[in-house]
Design a protein around this ligand. Structure first.
Ligand code: BGC
Length: 427
Protein backbone atom coordinates (compact mmCIF):
# COMPACT_ATOMS: atom_id res chain seq x y z
CA UNK A 1 0.00 0.00 0.00
CA UNK A 2 1.28 3.43 -0.91
CA UNK A 3 1.19 5.31 2.42
CA UNK A 4 1.17 8.72 0.80
CA UNK A 5 -1.92 8.25 -1.33
CA UNK A 6 -3.56 5.40 0.52
CA UNK A 7 -3.91 3.54 -2.79
CA UNK A 8 -4.01 -0.17 -2.45
CA UNK A 9 -5.06 -1.29 -5.90
CA UNK A 10 -2.97 0.43 -8.52
CA UNK A 11 -3.64 -0.29 -12.21
CA UNK A 12 -0.98 -0.51 -14.94
CA UNK A 13 0.41 2.72 -16.41
CA UNK A 14 -1.53 4.15 -19.39
CA UNK A 15 -4.59 2.11 -18.43
CA UNK A 16 -7.60 3.26 -20.46
CA UNK A 17 -10.54 4.37 -18.33
CA UNK A 18 -13.56 4.92 -20.49
CA UNK A 19 -17.25 4.47 -21.08
CA UNK A 20 -18.92 2.83 -24.05
CA UNK A 21 -21.92 3.76 -26.19
CA UNK A 22 -23.49 2.53 -29.42
CA UNK A 23 -25.04 4.68 -32.14
CA UNK A 24 -28.62 3.33 -32.19
CA UNK A 25 -28.85 3.53 -28.41
CA UNK A 26 -27.90 7.19 -28.00
CA UNK A 27 -27.87 9.13 -31.26
CA UNK A 28 -31.56 9.43 -32.17
CA UNK A 29 -33.21 9.45 -35.61
CA UNK A 30 -31.27 6.60 -37.13
CA UNK A 31 -33.88 6.50 -39.85
CA UNK A 32 -32.14 4.52 -42.56
CA UNK A 33 -31.51 1.51 -40.37
CA UNK A 34 -33.36 -1.78 -40.08
CA UNK A 35 -33.65 -1.02 -36.36
CA UNK A 36 -35.71 2.11 -37.03
CA UNK A 37 -37.98 0.38 -39.54
CA UNK A 38 -38.57 -2.53 -37.20
CA UNK A 39 -39.34 -0.20 -34.28
CA UNK A 40 -42.05 1.60 -36.25
CA UNK A 41 -43.55 -1.74 -37.19
CA UNK A 42 -43.49 -3.73 -33.96
CA UNK A 43 -42.27 -1.76 -30.93
CA UNK A 44 -44.67 0.14 -28.61
CA UNK A 45 -44.19 3.90 -29.04
CA UNK A 46 -42.33 4.40 -25.75
CA UNK A 47 -39.86 1.64 -26.68
CA UNK A 48 -38.81 3.28 -29.93
CA UNK A 49 -35.47 5.06 -30.13
CA UNK A 50 -36.93 8.35 -31.46
CA UNK A 51 -34.56 11.13 -30.48
CA UNK A 52 -32.85 8.85 -27.90
CA UNK A 53 -30.26 11.02 -26.05
CA UNK A 54 -29.86 13.26 -29.11
CA UNK A 55 -26.20 12.40 -28.83
CA UNK A 56 -25.86 12.91 -32.59
CA UNK A 57 -26.17 16.65 -31.92
CA UNK A 58 -24.92 16.78 -28.34
CA UNK A 59 -21.80 14.63 -28.63
CA UNK A 60 -19.50 17.53 -27.68
CA UNK A 61 -21.32 18.18 -24.43
CA UNK A 62 -21.32 14.45 -23.67
CA UNK A 63 -17.60 13.99 -24.26
CA UNK A 64 -16.83 17.12 -22.25
CA UNK A 65 -18.78 15.55 -19.40
CA UNK A 66 -16.80 12.33 -19.85
CA UNK A 67 -13.61 14.36 -19.70
CA UNK A 68 -14.79 16.03 -16.49
CA UNK A 69 -15.30 12.53 -15.11
CA UNK A 70 -11.57 12.01 -15.55
CA UNK A 71 -11.97 9.48 -18.37
CA UNK A 72 -9.08 9.14 -20.80
CA UNK A 73 -10.85 7.02 -23.44
CA UNK A 74 -14.22 6.62 -25.15
CA UNK A 75 -15.74 3.71 -26.99
CA UNK A 76 -18.26 4.85 -29.58
CA UNK A 77 -20.05 3.34 -32.56
CA UNK A 78 -20.47 4.78 -36.03
CA UNK A 79 -23.74 4.09 -37.78
CA UNK A 80 -23.33 2.29 -41.09
CA UNK A 81 -26.86 3.22 -42.22
CA UNK A 82 -26.06 6.93 -42.01
CA UNK A 83 -22.81 6.60 -43.92
CA UNK A 84 -24.19 4.28 -46.62
CA UNK A 85 -27.95 4.99 -46.67
CA UNK A 86 -28.32 3.44 -50.12
CA UNK A 87 -26.32 0.58 -51.43
CA UNK A 88 -22.93 1.77 -52.67
CA UNK A 89 -23.78 5.47 -52.08
CA UNK A 90 -21.69 6.97 -49.34
CA UNK A 91 -22.77 10.19 -47.68
CA UNK A 92 -19.75 12.47 -47.30
CA UNK A 93 -21.57 14.70 -44.78
CA UNK A 94 -22.02 11.74 -42.45
CA UNK A 95 -18.43 10.58 -42.92
CA UNK A 96 -17.39 14.12 -41.96
CA UNK A 97 -19.79 14.12 -39.01
CA UNK A 98 -18.06 11.12 -37.47
CA UNK A 99 -14.66 12.60 -38.26
CA UNK A 100 -15.73 15.58 -36.15
CA UNK A 101 -16.83 13.18 -33.42
CA UNK A 102 -13.49 11.35 -33.23
CA UNK A 103 -11.58 14.63 -33.57
CA UNK A 104 -13.53 16.01 -30.62
CA UNK A 105 -12.69 13.02 -28.44
CA UNK A 106 -9.03 13.31 -29.39
CA UNK A 107 -8.93 17.05 -28.83
CA UNK A 108 -10.14 16.41 -25.28
CA UNK A 109 -7.09 14.21 -24.77
CA UNK A 110 -8.97 10.90 -24.81
CA UNK A 111 -8.26 7.72 -26.79
CA UNK A 112 -10.83 6.47 -29.28
CA UNK A 113 -12.18 2.94 -29.48
CA UNK A 114 -14.36 2.79 -32.59
CA UNK A 115 -17.03 0.15 -33.23
CA UNK A 116 -17.94 -0.42 -36.87
CA UNK A 117 -20.98 -2.64 -36.33
CA UNK A 118 -23.14 -2.61 -33.21
CA UNK A 119 -26.40 -4.45 -33.93
CA UNK A 120 -28.01 -2.08 -36.48
CA UNK A 121 -27.79 -2.44 -40.26
CA UNK A 122 -28.69 -0.23 -43.20
CA UNK A 123 -32.25 -1.02 -44.37
CA UNK A 124 -31.01 -1.90 -47.89
CA UNK A 125 -28.62 -4.45 -46.38
CA UNK A 126 -31.41 -6.02 -44.29
CA UNK A 127 -33.63 -6.23 -47.39
CA UNK A 128 -30.95 -8.28 -49.10
CA UNK A 129 -31.19 -10.84 -46.31
CA UNK A 130 -28.86 -9.12 -43.83
CA UNK A 131 -26.11 -11.21 -42.32
CA UNK A 132 -27.18 -14.53 -43.70
CA UNK A 133 -26.67 -13.30 -47.25
CA UNK A 134 -23.37 -14.79 -48.45
CA UNK A 135 -22.37 -11.39 -49.81
CA UNK A 136 -22.80 -9.65 -46.45
CA UNK A 137 -19.06 -9.81 -45.55
CA UNK A 138 -18.28 -8.16 -48.86
CA UNK A 139 -20.79 -5.32 -48.23
CA UNK A 140 -19.32 -4.78 -44.79
CA UNK A 141 -15.78 -4.76 -46.13
CA UNK A 142 -16.72 -2.14 -48.72
CA UNK A 143 -18.11 0.09 -45.95
CA UNK A 144 -15.06 -0.47 -43.76
CA UNK A 145 -12.56 0.29 -46.55
CA UNK A 146 -14.44 3.51 -47.26
CA UNK A 147 -14.36 4.84 -43.71
CA UNK A 148 -10.91 3.73 -42.54
CA UNK A 149 -8.99 6.49 -44.39
CA UNK A 150 -11.23 9.13 -42.80
CA UNK A 151 -10.73 7.99 -39.20
CA UNK A 152 -7.43 6.18 -39.09
CA UNK A 153 -5.49 9.13 -37.66
CA UNK A 154 -7.80 9.26 -34.65
CA UNK A 155 -8.60 5.68 -33.77
CA UNK A 156 -6.62 3.79 -31.14
CA UNK A 157 -8.70 0.60 -31.08
CA UNK A 158 -10.96 -0.71 -33.82
CA UNK A 159 -13.85 -3.03 -33.00
CA UNK A 160 -15.14 -4.64 -36.18
CA UNK A 161 -18.26 -6.33 -34.77
CA UNK A 162 -19.96 -6.01 -31.42
CA UNK A 163 -21.09 -9.29 -29.85
CA UNK A 164 -21.69 -11.58 -32.82
CA UNK A 165 -23.21 -14.23 -30.55
CA UNK A 166 -25.67 -11.83 -28.88
CA UNK A 167 -26.81 -10.56 -32.27
CA UNK A 168 -27.32 -14.12 -33.48
CA UNK A 169 -29.07 -15.21 -30.27
CA UNK A 170 -31.36 -12.17 -30.40
CA UNK A 171 -32.33 -12.68 -34.05
CA UNK A 172 -32.56 -16.47 -34.37
CA UNK A 173 -33.17 -17.80 -30.84
CA UNK A 174 -34.87 -15.17 -28.66
CA UNK A 175 -36.25 -13.41 -31.75
CA UNK A 176 -36.31 -9.93 -30.22
CA UNK A 177 -34.21 -8.00 -32.78
CA UNK A 178 -35.02 -6.78 -36.29
CA UNK A 179 -34.93 -9.62 -38.80
CA UNK A 180 -36.07 -12.15 -36.19
CA UNK A 181 -36.77 -15.59 -37.57
CA UNK A 182 -36.58 -19.27 -36.82
CA UNK A 183 -33.93 -20.80 -39.04
CA UNK A 184 -30.95 -22.83 -37.94
CA UNK A 185 -29.47 -22.62 -41.44
CA UNK A 186 -29.55 -18.83 -41.40
CA UNK A 187 -28.23 -18.78 -37.86
CA UNK A 188 -25.19 -20.79 -38.94
CA UNK A 189 -24.71 -18.75 -42.10
CA UNK A 190 -24.77 -15.57 -40.04
CA UNK A 191 -22.15 -16.92 -37.65
CA UNK A 192 -19.79 -17.79 -40.48
CA UNK A 193 -20.48 -14.54 -42.29
CA UNK A 194 -19.56 -12.60 -39.14
CA UNK A 195 -16.29 -14.51 -39.00
CA UNK A 196 -15.63 -13.78 -42.69
CA UNK A 197 -16.66 -10.14 -42.27
CA UNK A 198 -14.33 -9.70 -39.32
CA UNK A 199 -11.41 -11.23 -41.22
CA UNK A 200 -12.04 -9.03 -44.25
CA UNK A 201 -12.41 -5.91 -42.11
CA UNK A 202 -9.25 -6.80 -40.19
CA UNK A 203 -7.30 -6.98 -43.43
CA UNK A 204 -8.89 -3.83 -44.85
CA UNK A 205 -7.97 -1.81 -41.76
CA UNK A 206 -4.43 -3.15 -41.70
CA UNK A 207 -3.88 -2.53 -45.39
CA UNK A 208 -4.36 1.16 -44.85
CA UNK A 209 -2.85 1.29 -41.42
CA UNK A 210 -0.36 -1.50 -40.61
CA UNK A 211 -0.05 -0.54 -36.94
CA UNK A 212 -3.80 -0.53 -36.31
CA UNK A 213 -5.13 -2.46 -33.33
CA UNK A 214 -8.18 -4.44 -34.39
CA UNK A 215 -10.48 -6.83 -32.54
CA UNK A 216 -14.11 -7.64 -31.80
CA UNK A 217 -16.17 -6.96 -28.68
CA UNK A 218 -16.97 -10.49 -27.61
CA UNK A 219 -19.78 -11.20 -25.18
CA UNK A 220 -18.00 -13.47 -22.73
CA UNK A 221 -19.83 -15.28 -19.92
CA UNK A 222 -18.52 -17.22 -16.97
CA UNK A 223 -19.95 -20.66 -16.24
CA UNK A 224 -20.00 -22.75 -13.12
CA UNK A 225 -21.53 -26.06 -12.14
CA UNK A 226 -23.73 -26.72 -9.11
CA UNK A 227 -22.18 -30.17 -8.69
CA UNK A 228 -18.47 -30.49 -9.26
CA UNK A 229 -18.67 -34.29 -9.25
CA UNK A 230 -21.29 -34.57 -12.00
CA UNK A 231 -19.67 -35.16 -15.35
CA UNK A 232 -22.53 -33.97 -17.54
CA UNK A 233 -22.60 -30.62 -15.77
CA UNK A 234 -18.88 -30.29 -16.42
CA UNK A 235 -19.37 -31.30 -20.03
CA UNK A 236 -22.13 -28.70 -20.46
CA UNK A 237 -19.87 -26.11 -18.85
CA UNK A 238 -17.13 -26.91 -21.36
CA UNK A 239 -19.48 -26.76 -24.34
CA UNK A 240 -21.07 -23.47 -23.22
CA UNK A 241 -17.72 -21.91 -22.46
CA UNK A 242 -16.27 -22.98 -25.81
CA UNK A 243 -19.26 -21.85 -27.86
CA UNK A 244 -19.74 -18.56 -26.06
CA UNK A 245 -16.20 -17.46 -25.30
CA UNK A 246 -13.76 -19.16 -27.66
CA UNK A 247 -15.34 -20.33 -30.90
CA UNK A 248 -15.15 -17.01 -32.71
CA UNK A 249 -11.44 -16.72 -31.93
CA UNK A 250 -10.78 -20.29 -33.04
CA UNK A 251 -12.55 -19.70 -36.36
CA UNK A 252 -11.08 -16.31 -37.09
CA UNK A 253 -7.48 -17.24 -36.38
CA UNK A 254 -4.79 -14.61 -36.07
CA UNK A 255 -6.99 -11.64 -36.86
CA UNK A 256 -7.12 -10.20 -33.36
CA UNK A 257 -4.57 -7.68 -32.11
CA UNK A 258 -6.36 -7.60 -28.76
CA UNK A 259 -9.34 -9.23 -27.10
CA UNK A 260 -12.32 -6.99 -26.47
CA UNK A 261 -14.40 -8.47 -23.68
CA UNK A 262 -17.98 -7.54 -22.81
CA UNK A 263 -18.63 -9.16 -19.47
CA UNK A 264 -22.15 -9.21 -17.99
CA UNK A 265 -23.15 -12.79 -17.37
CA UNK A 266 -22.45 -15.63 -15.00
CA UNK A 267 -24.37 -18.89 -15.33
CA UNK A 268 -24.79 -21.90 -13.09
CA UNK A 269 -25.40 -25.30 -14.61
CA UNK A 270 -27.47 -27.91 -12.79
CA UNK A 271 -28.48 -31.43 -13.79
CA UNK A 272 -31.22 -31.96 -11.21
CA UNK A 273 -33.85 -29.73 -12.69
CA UNK A 274 -36.57 -31.41 -14.74
CA UNK A 275 -35.10 -31.00 -18.18
CA UNK A 276 -33.17 -32.95 -20.81
CA UNK A 277 -29.67 -33.33 -19.51
CA UNK A 278 -28.62 -30.10 -17.79
CA UNK A 279 -30.07 -26.67 -17.30
CA UNK A 280 -28.84 -23.13 -16.91
CA UNK A 281 -30.29 -22.11 -13.56
CA UNK A 282 -32.43 -19.01 -13.23
CA UNK A 283 -30.91 -17.44 -10.11
CA UNK A 284 -33.21 -14.47 -9.72
CA UNK A 285 -34.77 -15.88 -6.55
CA UNK A 286 -31.47 -17.26 -5.28
CA UNK A 287 -28.82 -14.59 -5.73
CA UNK A 288 -28.45 -10.83 -6.14
CA UNK A 289 -29.46 -9.83 -9.65
CA UNK A 290 -29.72 -6.59 -11.63
CA UNK A 291 -33.02 -5.00 -12.71
CA UNK A 292 -32.82 -7.29 -15.76
CA UNK A 293 -32.42 -10.43 -13.63
CA UNK A 294 -28.72 -10.82 -14.49
CA UNK A 295 -26.65 -12.28 -11.68
CA UNK A 296 -24.14 -10.02 -9.94
CA UNK A 297 -20.97 -12.10 -10.01
CA UNK A 298 -17.79 -10.04 -9.84
CA UNK A 299 -15.58 -13.12 -9.40
CA UNK A 300 -16.69 -14.27 -12.86
CA UNK A 301 -14.75 -11.30 -14.22
CA UNK A 302 -11.58 -12.72 -12.68
CA UNK A 303 -12.37 -16.16 -14.12
CA UNK A 304 -12.93 -15.03 -17.71
CA UNK A 305 -9.86 -12.80 -17.68
CA UNK A 306 -7.51 -15.47 -16.38
CA UNK A 307 -9.02 -17.93 -18.86
CA UNK A 308 -8.67 -15.63 -21.87
CA UNK A 309 -5.19 -14.48 -20.94
CA UNK A 310 -4.10 -17.81 -22.45
CA UNK A 311 -4.25 -16.19 -25.90
CA UNK A 312 -1.30 -14.00 -24.94
CA UNK A 313 -3.02 -10.87 -26.29
CA UNK A 314 -3.76 -7.54 -24.62
CA UNK A 315 -7.27 -7.44 -23.21
CA UNK A 316 -9.67 -4.51 -23.02
CA UNK A 317 -12.95 -4.76 -21.15
CA UNK A 318 -15.04 -3.14 -23.88
CA UNK A 319 -18.27 -3.34 -21.82
CA UNK A 320 -19.34 -4.09 -18.27
CA UNK A 321 -22.16 -2.50 -16.34
CA UNK A 322 -25.40 -2.99 -14.45
CA UNK A 323 -29.03 -2.12 -15.11
CA UNK A 324 -30.22 -0.57 -11.86
CA UNK A 325 -32.28 2.37 -10.70
CA UNK A 326 -30.40 2.27 -7.42
CA UNK A 327 -27.07 4.00 -8.01
CA UNK A 328 -25.62 2.67 -4.72
CA UNK A 329 -25.73 -0.73 -6.35
CA UNK A 330 -23.83 0.62 -9.36
CA UNK A 331 -21.17 1.92 -6.99
CA UNK A 332 -20.75 -1.51 -5.36
CA UNK A 333 -20.84 -3.15 -8.78
CA UNK A 334 -18.13 -0.89 -10.16
CA UNK A 335 -15.74 -1.31 -7.25
CA UNK A 336 -16.19 -5.05 -6.89
CA UNK A 337 -15.80 -5.78 -10.63
CA UNK A 338 -12.77 -3.51 -10.86
CA UNK A 339 -11.19 -5.26 -7.88
CA UNK A 340 -11.53 -8.52 -9.76
CA UNK A 341 -9.88 -6.98 -12.81
CA UNK A 342 -7.07 -5.85 -10.54
CA UNK A 343 -6.68 -9.39 -9.21
CA UNK A 344 -6.73 -10.85 -12.72
CA UNK A 345 -3.95 -8.43 -13.69
CA UNK A 346 -2.01 -9.59 -10.63
CA UNK A 347 -2.53 -13.16 -11.87
CA UNK A 348 -0.93 -12.25 -15.21
CA UNK A 349 -3.82 -11.10 -17.44
CA UNK A 350 -2.63 -8.26 -19.67
CA UNK A 351 -5.66 -5.99 -19.18
CA UNK A 352 -5.09 -2.53 -20.63
CA UNK A 353 -8.43 -0.78 -20.34
CA UNK A 354 -11.97 -0.73 -19.02
CA UNK A 355 -15.00 0.82 -20.74
CA UNK A 356 -18.00 1.03 -18.47
CA UNK A 357 -21.38 0.37 -20.06
CA UNK A 358 -22.55 3.02 -20.35
CA UNK A 359 -21.91 6.75 -20.36
CA UNK A 360 -25.56 7.85 -20.56
CA UNK A 361 -28.89 6.30 -19.65
CA UNK A 362 -30.07 5.22 -23.08
CA UNK A 363 -32.39 3.07 -25.16
CA UNK A 364 -31.66 -0.42 -23.91
CA UNK A 365 -32.28 -2.09 -27.28
CA UNK A 366 -35.63 -3.96 -27.51
CA UNK A 367 -36.28 -3.25 -23.80
CA UNK A 368 -36.76 0.47 -24.30
CA UNK A 369 -35.86 3.15 -21.77
CA UNK A 370 -36.70 1.52 -18.46
CA UNK A 371 -33.36 -0.22 -17.69
CA UNK A 372 -30.82 2.31 -16.41
CA UNK A 373 -27.20 1.47 -17.23
CA UNK A 374 -25.81 5.03 -17.31
CA UNK A 375 -23.17 6.76 -15.22
CA UNK A 376 -25.00 9.91 -16.24
CA UNK A 377 -28.75 10.27 -15.90
CA UNK A 378 -30.66 11.59 -18.89
CA UNK A 379 -34.04 13.20 -18.44
CA UNK A 380 -35.73 12.06 -21.65
CA UNK A 381 -38.17 14.99 -21.61
CA UNK A 382 -35.62 17.79 -21.33
CA UNK A 383 -32.52 15.76 -22.37
CA UNK A 384 -30.71 17.25 -19.38
CA UNK A 385 -27.67 15.25 -18.30
CA UNK A 386 -26.92 14.76 -14.58
CA UNK A 387 -23.93 12.73 -13.41
CA UNK A 388 -24.86 10.09 -10.82
CA UNK A 389 -22.78 9.54 -7.63
CA UNK A 390 -21.31 6.38 -9.24
CA UNK A 391 -19.71 8.59 -11.87
CA UNK A 392 -17.82 10.44 -9.12
CA UNK A 393 -16.57 7.15 -7.76
CA UNK A 394 -15.44 6.19 -11.25
CA UNK A 395 -13.78 9.61 -11.57
CA UNK A 396 -11.86 9.02 -8.36
CA UNK A 397 -10.63 5.66 -9.67
CA UNK A 398 -9.76 6.97 -13.15
CA UNK A 399 -7.90 9.99 -11.81
CA UNK A 400 -5.81 7.93 -9.37
CA UNK A 401 -5.45 5.06 -11.82
CA UNK A 402 -6.37 2.86 -8.92
CA UNK A 403 -8.90 2.03 -6.25
CA UNK A 404 -8.26 4.01 -3.13
CA UNK A 405 -8.52 2.16 0.15
CA UNK A 406 -11.29 4.45 1.36
CA UNK A 407 -13.54 3.42 -1.54
CA UNK A 408 -13.79 -0.07 -0.09
CA UNK A 409 -16.16 1.39 2.49
CA UNK A 410 -18.62 1.82 -0.35
CA UNK A 411 -18.88 -1.94 -0.67
CA UNK A 412 -20.99 -1.75 2.47
CA UNK A 413 -24.70 -1.05 2.30
CA UNK A 414 -26.17 2.38 2.96
CA UNK A 415 -22.86 4.25 2.69
CA UNK A 416 -23.20 7.59 1.00
CA UNK A 417 -20.69 8.42 -1.75
CA UNK A 418 -20.28 11.97 -0.44
CA UNK A 419 -19.37 10.58 3.03
CA UNK A 420 -16.42 8.84 1.44
CA UNK A 421 -15.41 11.23 -1.32
CA UNK A 422 -16.32 14.44 0.47
CA UNK A 423 -18.23 16.93 -1.64
CA UNK A 424 -18.22 15.42 -5.12
CA UNK A 425 -17.44 18.83 -6.63
CA UNK A 426 -14.01 18.91 -5.02
CA UNK A 427 -12.70 16.18 -7.26
C1 BGC B 1 -24.63 -4.69 -25.77
C2 BGC B 1 -25.22 -3.33 -25.46
C3 BGC B 1 -26.33 -3.47 -24.46
C4 BGC B 1 -25.76 -4.07 -23.19
C5 BGC B 1 -26.78 -4.25 -22.08
C6 BGC B 1 -24.45 -5.56 -24.56
O1 BGC B 1 -24.81 -6.87 -24.88
O2 BGC B 1 -23.45 -4.56 -26.51
O3 BGC B 1 -25.64 -2.78 -26.66
O4 BGC B 1 -26.99 -2.28 -24.18
O5 BGC B 1 -25.25 -5.34 -23.48
O6 BGC B 1 -27.80 -5.10 -22.48
Amino acid sequence: MNKETGEVYKFPKKFMWGAATSAIQVEGNVINSDWWEWEQAVQPVNFRSGLACDHYNRFREDFELAKELGLNAQRIGIEWSRIEPEEGKFDQTEIDHYREVVETIKSLGMSVCLTLHHFSNPSWFAKKGGWHNLKSPYYFERFVSTVVPAYKDYVDLWITINEPTVYIGSVYIDRVFPGSQKSTTNLLKTYFNFVRAHRKAYRAIHEDNPNAKVGIANNVSSFDVFHHHVLREILREWISDTASNHLFYKLSGKTHDFLGINYYMHHYIDYKRPTDWTKIVDVKDIKEVSDLGWEINPEGMFDVLTDLSDYGLPIYITENGIATKNDERRVRFLISYLLNIYHAISAGADVRGYFHWTLLDNMELHRGYDPKFGLIEVDFKTLKRTPKPSSYVYRDIAKRNGIDHKLLKLLGHGVDVSEVLGSTDEH
